[in-house]
Design a protein around this ligand. Structure first.
Ligand SMILES: Cc1ncc(COP(=O)(O)O)c(C=O)c1O
Length: 383
C-alpha cells in the first residue's frame, strides 16, 4: 500500500492535494467555517433556497408523516407517495410525459447513458462534459468519441465518419459546470437529425436558472421537445438532492427496467422528495428569485469587464476567473479566504491543465455590496 503515501506526496508536491472545509450551520450566502463568517461565492444553491423555511417545513412534515428511510429500491418497496408526486411534478414542470428520479444527478447520468447505449454503439461527447457523463459512457462499453469544446464542425466530422454503429448518442451539458458557457444546441439538433443520432442534454446547472419559467436552456432557446433525453438535478438551484431524467413514457419505463443505478440502489428518503417538491414550487412561484440572480450575474460580469478579466464565454451564474497557473490560482483563493470570501481554486483534473481558475458562482441573495467586496479583493491581487 506504499503507493497511497507516494501518490498523496505527489499531489502535495504538485499543489493538487485536496482538503475539505467544514461548514458549521446552514448553507446560505453566508457560511461559518472554524467560527468565522465567510461570503460564499462557490455554491450551486443559486437561488439560495437550500435553507428556505418552506423547504425545511416540508421536510419536517414529511419526516413526521413518513419517517426517514425509504427502506428499499424504488422497484422493491421504496416507491412512496412522495416519490410518485415528485416524478409527476418534474414531468409537469419540464413539460414532458414522464420523469424518473435517481438518488443523485451523477447516478442519473451514469445509469441512463450505460443503459441507452452499449457495445456496437457510439457516444459523441463534448470535451468538457461532466465527469458523470464520462463515467457513464465508459461503463456503457460503447465507442466513445470526444469533440473539442462546443466545436460543431468537429462533431459533424465524427458523425460523417461514423459507419456501422447500431445507435449514436450525442450527449452534452447545456451549461458547462466549470466554464458556465452554453452548448450550441441550436446547431446540434439539426445535425443530429441529419445523421439519425439521439441527443441527451444535461440541464443540471440550467434547471431553475435559465428560461422564463426556469425550465432550463432548452426553454430559453425555444428548443424544448427537441432533445430525446433531458437530464437534470435537484441538487443545485432546487436546493436539495437527487437527479432526474424526463422524456416520454417509453423512455422512463425503459430506464426503470434497465438503469442499474436506479434498480440496484435505495430510493431517496421521502423527506428529500418533499424538499424537492417545495423547491420546485418556489422556482415556479418566485420568479423574483431568478430576476435577482440575473441582476447579480450581470453586475458581477460588468465589474469583471472593467478590468478585462478572462471569464471565458460564461453566460449564467457560473463565472470562471481563469488564471491558468496552478500556484497563482491557489494563492488567489487563499487571499480571498483570508479576506472572508469562500471561492476555492479549481484545478486539474477537474479542469484541463493550464486553465486553473476561481470558479465563482453567483446567488440571488448576494447584494451589490457583497459583489463589490469580492471584486475589490480580487482586483487587489495581481491576476
Ligand atoms: C453538469 C452536471 N451534471 C451532473 C452533475 C451531478 O449532479 P449531482 O451533484 O446531483 O450528483 C453535476 C454536478 O456537479 C453537474 O455539474
Amino acid at each position: 500500500m506504499d503507493f497511497i503515501k507516494q501518490e498523496l506526496t505527489n499531489l502535495r508536491n504538485n499543489a493538487l492535494y485536496r482538503t475539505l472545509k467544514t461548514i458549521d450551520g446552514s448553507q446560505s450566502k453566508k457560511v461559518i467555517i472554524d467560527g468565522k463568517e465567510y461570503l460564499s461565492f462557490c455554491s450551486n444553491n443559486y437561488l439560495d433556497i437550500a435553507n428556505h423555511p418552506a423547504i425545511t417545513a416540508a421536510v419536517i412534515d414529511a419526516v413526521k408523516k413518513y419517517g426517514w428511510g425509504a427502506g428499499a429500491s424504488m422497484l422493491v418497496s421504496g416507491n412512496m407517495t412522495l416519490h410518485k408526486q415528485l416524478e409527476k411534478e418534474i414531468a409537469q414542470f419540464k413539460k414532458t410525459e414522464d420523469s424518473i428520479v435517481f438518488p443523485t444527478g451523477f447516478m442519473a447520468n451514469v445509469g441512463t447513458i450505460s443503459s441507452i447505449v452499449g457495445n456496437g454503439d457510439l457516444i459523441i461527447s463534448d470535451r468538457l462534459n461532466h465527469a458523470s457523463i464520462v463515467e457513464g459512457s465508459k461503463l456503457s462499453k460503447a465507442t466513445f468519441r470526444v469533440y473539442a469544446h462546443c466545436d460543431i464542425v468537429r462533431l459533424e466530422k465524427i458523425l460523417k465518419r461514423a459507419k456501422g454503429f447500431r445507435r449514436i448518442l450525442i450527449v452534452t451539458d447545456s451549461v458547462f459546470s466549470m466554464d458556465g458557457d452554453i452548448a450550441p444546441l441550436k446547431e446540434i439538433f439539426p445535425i443530429a437529425e441529419e445523421y439519425n443520432a439521439m441527443v441527451m442534454v444535461d440541464e443540471a446547472h440550467a434547471t431553475g436558472v435559465f428560461g422564463e419559467s426556469g425550465r432550463g436552456v432548452l426553454e430559453s432557446l425555444g428548443l424544448e421537445h427537441k432533445a430525446d433525453i433531458v437530464m437534470g438535478t435537484l441538487s443545485k438551484a432546487v436546493g436539495g438532492m437527487g437527479g432526474f431524467v424526463c422524456g416520454n413514457h417509453d423512455l422512463v419505463n425503459y430506464l426503470r427496467n434497465k438503469a442499474k443505478s436506479f434498480i440496484y440502489t435505495t430510493a431517496l428518503p421521502p423527506a428529500v422528495c418533499a424538499a424537492a417538491l417545495a423547491g420546485l414550487k418556489l422556482i415556479k412561484k418566485s420568479a423574483e428569485l431568478r430576476t435577482s440572480l440575473w441582476k447579480n450575474i450581470n453586475y458581477f460580469r460588468e465589474r469583471l469587464n472593467e478590468r478585462k478579466i478572462n471569464c471565458g464565454n460564461s453566460q449564467g451564474p457560473i463565472i470562471p476567473i481563469i488564471i491558468g497557473d496552478l500556484e497563482k490560482t491557489n494563492h488567489i483563493a487563499e487571499i480571498l479566504f483570508e479576506n472572508g470570501i469562500l471561492a476555492p481554486a479549481i484545478r486539474p483534473p477537474t479542469v484541463p491543465r493550464g486553465s486553473s481558475r476561481i470558479r465563482v458562482t453567483i446567488m440571488s441573495s448576494h447584494t451589490k455590496e457583497d459583489i463589490d467586496k469580492f471584486i475589490t479583493i480580487l482586483f487587489n491581487v495581481t491576476i
